[in-house]
Unconditional design. Structure first.
Length: 380
């Protein structure tokens, strides 16, 4: 089977594609995979590190805020649409895939569109509760739109073939065990609060977390692991301004980047973070109570919709960034930790949302589309 994968721009588009590629390899070791990405995009590094062959097109998105600078960028984008289409067509013709799989982002647009025009069966995976523009534009051109959550179905025309597969989950997340993780991290019996804003950081969440950590240090009733991200150099000075001395509070661990997230997530009692699709998928997989602070700086406010999919099911609590304060966050943390039944209920309801066989469901859809391709080739 020859599979062309495409998706990029953010880890939320790239990691699902890599998870699909990894599972395909376990099911069919001789599968041939080519990943089409945007030259200079995050996928160029992540996909190469994962060991997959790559081909590139050059594409960009439209800037919605109309400024002279963005007007120039939008004119460049129009030109790139034409060149990217030609580049995608050449790549598809050369690789001759049995199936094309898209996971979103600007780069997947011309690739999926041209593959469909050339008669290659295509499937799309949408990881968010609110589908992206690219997914909605391509939905009628593909065999199947694979959804992470049922809530996304209402945004598509009834003629679009949708199936709920869930989001793929990393094997190391599924394998991590709570007690072993807590022992490895040197934790005691106090609750562990895990908080983070992503690998780059989130300044608003960090400011609130700094207050929370300082207040928690006074009472020492719980333990904390907080990841502040590479782009927030002000976080450690903010802790000092609040009077928190980390050397005097070993129950509080502050890291620029949490590189053992499966272990930390498994050990946690309460998670505080953004509402990216893959973060929520892992929270569900480990059945964790959470307080979600959706980023407002994402396309179509999709993190809010992601978070609400859990909130409506009693699986998480939400604080919108416009309402986020250190005092408010700390009060919510205290309230949840003081109510074991609420803590248990949030975690259990999150666990009920997990689709444990997401990888297999996605594989079945990809295989079904590829089989249709091979039948068509035999007929001709």
């Amino acid at each position: 089977m020859r599979v062309l994968l495409t998706g990029g721009g953010t880890a939320g588009h790239i990691n699902p594609a890599l998870a699909v590629a990894g599972y395909l390899k376990t099911k069919e070791p001789d599968v041939e995979i080519l990943y089409v990405g945007n030259r200079g995009g995050m996928e160029e590094r992540l996909v190469k590190n994962a060991g997959y062959d790559m081909a590139f097109i050059t594409i960009s998105g439209f800037q919605r805020k109309l400024t002279p600078k963005n007007l120039v960028r939008n004119i460049q984008t129009i030109g790139r649409i034409f060149t990217a289409t030609a580049e995608a067509k050449r790549i598809i013709a050369s690789f001759a895939p049995d199936v094309c799989v898209g996971t979103g982002g600007y780069v997947s647009g011309p690739v999926i569109r041209e593959a469909a025009k050339l008669g290659v069966p295509c499937v799309i995976h949408e990881s968010n509760a609110f589908p992206g523009v690219t997914t909605k534009m391509l939905a009628k051109s593909v065999e199947t739109v694979m959804l992470a959550v049922p809530d996304a179905r209402k945004y598509f025309d009834s003629s679009v073939n949708c199936t709920v597969t869930g989001n793929p989950v990393r094997g190391e997340v599924l394998a991590a065990e709570r007690e072993a993780s807590r022992k490895a991290l040197g934790l005691d019996s106090r609750p562990l609060v895990l908080s983070f804003g992503g690998s780059l950081g989130a300044s608003a969440l960090n400011r609130a977390a700094a207050y929370m950590l300082a207040q928690s240090a006074k009472e020492k009733k719980c333990q904390h692991i907080h990841g502040y991200g590479r782009h927030d150099g002000n976080f450690l000075p903010e802790l000092e301004e609040f009077g928190l001395k980390l050397e005097e509070n070993p129950q509080i661990r502050v890291l620029e980047y949490i590189d053992n997230m499966p272990q930390c997530l498994s050990a946690a009692d309460l998670v505080i973070g953004r509402a990216g699709a893959m973060t929520l998928t892992e929270i569900e997989a480990k059945a964790k109570a959470s307080i979600l602070v959706p980023s407002p700086n994402v396309a179509e406010n999709h993190q809010f919709h992601n978070a609400m999919a859990l909130v409506r099911r009693g699986a998480a609590e939400i604080i919108e960034e416009k309402d986020l304060t250190g005092e408010g966050l700390w009060k919510k943390v205290e309230k949840i930790l003081a109510d074991p039944e609420r803590l248990r209920s949030l975690g259990e309801n999150a666990g009920k949302m997990e689709i444990i066989d997401a990888n297999e469901r996605i594989y079945r859809e990809v295989k079904k589309a590829a089989n249709g391709s091979r039948k068509g080739k035999k007929a001709t």
